[in-house]
Write a protein that binds this ligand. Sequence first.
Ligand code: KG4
Ligand code: ZN
Length: 333
Amino acid sequence: MDTYILGIESSCDETSVSIVKNGCDEIATVILSQMDTHSTFGGVVPEIASRMHVENITIVVEECLKKANMKMEDIDAIAVTYGPGLIGCLLVGCSLAATLSYIYNKPLVPVHHIAGHIYANNLVSKMEFPLIALVVSGGHTDLIYMEDNYKFKKIGGTLDDAVGECYDKVARVIGVPYPGGPLVDKLSYKGNDTYPLPMPLDDDTYNFSFSGIKSAVINLVHNELQRGNEIRKEDIACSFQNRVVDILTKKTIRALKEYNVKNLIIAGGVSANSGIRNKFTEICNKEGIKLTIPNIKYCTDNAAMIACAGYFAYKKGIRADLDLKAEATVSLF
Ligand code: KG4
Ligand code: ZN
């Protein structure tokens, strides 16, 4: 029998609801992005984000059901992001999910946001275990070994900034407006790798460190400006992106070999990065590794990924009570 999960995601600035069948078939997804509103402020304003979720979330649920041509009665369980994220934003999704669960007598399934990003890959191709997941987002940079569904073992991660956070900071320093990451990515193709930026934490662990490369960019820009030189934004973007891609590929490929894994999945907002997508595709083809990356639309926050992860959590018997607590910081491990 088919299982239909209604997923709800509201951890940051996207209000999203989706219905997914059996953890892999997307029936309908609605994503309402608040990006235009926040871009005026140069970043997400938590209070505004929460209020916008409140205003929109029930409309998004109705729209999603209409798009799927389904009723709440057809849904088997409700999955919701309970953390990590902006607490006020998470609360809106959790309250709605608990209310729907109570009214329609449906099981309530809590989903960790990063589990969601990982399972966005199940919409592309069935995840084959064991696998290595490289999670690269605004708040996370983790290398994860998965022996089976819903078994997450961290083998390495960032010791300081997340890679997306670093992209956004570099963007600000070189005067690229919000949202910085995607624009630095685009800019990098117009430049050359001319600036000698350091290779970040090039050691034999699976950990990452991006604060050094961020500081190197900041110092470089300040020094050039002090000397009255013009900064070549395109070249900085290109040099920065190349170093980031180099270190991510180097450590990930080593992990695949050491753990003898034939499936690599990449997840999180920064998996939309074209440098990462191109370089990993090239290396995985050469090494005979199956590579899965979500479609661009599902790299950043969306509820389809929450419904996918929610299906596997549901099958594992993971449930929340109606007093499900939203958590701003919570580990997946
Ligand atoms: O996964 P996500 O939506 O948020 C978190 O869960 O943290 O990721 C957002 C992050 C932002 O830092 C954004 O700048 C970055 O992903 N990002 C990119 C690209 N697209 C989004 N960074 C580099 N290149 C991109 N193309
Ligand atoms: Zn995210």
